[in-house]
Design a protein around this ligand. Structure first.
Ligand code: C5P
Length: 402
């Protein structure tokens, strides 16, 4: 099991002798499925070469804040947004002091200020430096601001001392990095998620469908499982692997999807991310339709409405906390609010599919969530994985308050 499958990790390497372990750490993170970009401080470069970390991570190492060529490839803000997790190993006493002060005088410290990803620090320093009240105060402050401290461990040190201050081993840090993605926000809850498109058959070889890739729904399933939920993912035809610890049921048409959802009930939370076909051909031809000269150049297909899966489940006596999506190309918030009311939802997630960078099949998304009081909360454009985790945290919070 790859616990960091497709997770985007920025690994910050500070200037301490433990930097030699960072090379192994990159390998362990990648073994767990992570995509790793390394950022080195000036001090870090004194202990291990960027070339080593470039070869192991498979990406050029990020070194300077004010390097126009590097900024053109992936700028510091872009990198800060890209990250699902910023892991700093080794985090030296000096680096921790600078982070505690909010200094932003190099690429790594700037990135830490700019990111909204979780940040984890693996302190590594001489035991006396770790015990020093200044370092202890910085560690406490950084912890209070939400950074996770991984270690340090006790043992013999490169300088000959024995005590607390050793950086955790690469294996342990890779496990801790994976733990950073686990929360308990949905423990004990059954979450039902619909994803992907539906296909509505016209004849044995043709069907009507849409551009949905399923990426958002699958990312939500993964995030809900990481938050401790029992997840049932009901998916239309997509080309995506099933996330870990998720029960997946594949369906084809809207009616199949409704039947699968009803069979999976009851649930505590329903997130309807599927792009369900609103209509289907009234009759599915038994044999392949032929070009009919008598109807000229046209073909008339009689269509009928499909059931609305979300509205159906949200109107049951045992209705779950219900979250819908409104993918619109115009009047986004107006249409979304109307759907919230018409379908009797608790929350609706509006996204603008006219924007190609966040629309169907793209890797990123940006969303606005609307609640029953028509209050809006927005999450800025970032990867669908990160949006999914933000959204799951938001929904879990509302679910517990409901
Ligand atoms: O009405 P519209 O299709 O725009 O609504 C979108 C929301 O409703 C999405 O959450 C979608 O998954 C859900 N839906 C559904 N069944 C349908 C149509 C939409 O569950 N037949």
């Amino acid at each position: 099991m790859q616990r960091l499958y497709r997770k985007r990790i920025v690994l910050g390497v500070g200037g301490g002798i433990a930097a030699y372990k960072s090379a192994e750490l990159v390998r362990r993170l990648r073994d767990q499925g992570a995509d790793v970009h390394v950022v080195m401080t000036r001090g870090g470069r004194e202990f291990i070469t960027p070339l080593t970390l470039q070869a192991l991570s498979g990406h050029p190492v990020h070194l300077d804040l004010l390097d126009p060529a590097a900024e053109a490839a992936m700028g510091h803000i872009e990198l800060a947004r890209w990250a699902d997790l910023v892991l700093i190993a080794p985090a030296t006493a000096d680096l921790m002091a600078r982070l505690a002060q909010g200094v932003a005088d190099d690429l790594l410290t700037t990135l830490v200020l700019a990111t909204d990803a979780p940040i984890a620090l693996a302190p590594a320093m001489n035991q006396a430096m770790w015990r020093d009240p200044a370092t202890q105060a910085n560690a406490q402050l950084l912890g209070e601001r939400g950074m996770r401290l991984l270690g340090p461990a006790a043992g013999s040190q490169a300088c000959g001392d024995v005590g607390l201050g050793r950086m955790l081993e690469a294996d342990e840090l890779a496990q801790c990095a994976a733990d950073c993605f686990q929360s308990q926000a949905l423990t004990g809850k059954h979450v039902l998620i619909t994803a992907g498109p539906t296909q509505e058959n016209i004849d044995p070889v043709r069907y009507i469908t849409n551009h949905s890739s399923g990426k958002m729904g699958f990312a939500l399933a993964e995030a809900a499982a990481e938050a401790g939920a029992k997840v049932t993912l009901i998916s239309g035809p997509v080309h995506l692997p099933t996330p870990d610890r998720v029960t997946r049921i594949d369906v084809v048409s809207a009616r199949d999807m409704l039947a699968a959802c009803e069979a999976a009930m009851p649930c505590d939370l329903l997130i309807a991310a599927a792009a369900v076909a609103d209509y289907r051909p009234e009759v599915v031809a038994q044999h392949k339709l032929k070009k009919d000269p008598s109807s000229g150049d046209g073909l008339l297909l009689q269509m009928v409405r499909n059931p609305d899966i979300l509205a159906t489940l949200a109107s049951r006596a045992d209705r779950p906390f219900s979250v819908g999506f409104a993918a619109e190309t115009e009047n986004l918030l107006g249409y979304a609010s109307r759907k919230l009311q018409d379908k009797n939802l608790d929350l609706i997630v509006a996204n603008d599919v006219a924007n190609p960078s966040i629309g169907f099949n793209s890797e990123e998304n940006a969303i606005t969530i609307i609640d029953r009081d028509l209050q809006q909360s927005s999450f800025a454009q970032t990867s669908k994985g990160k949006i999914a985790r933000q959204l799951v945290d938001f929904i879990a919070d509302r679910l517990h308050r409901a």
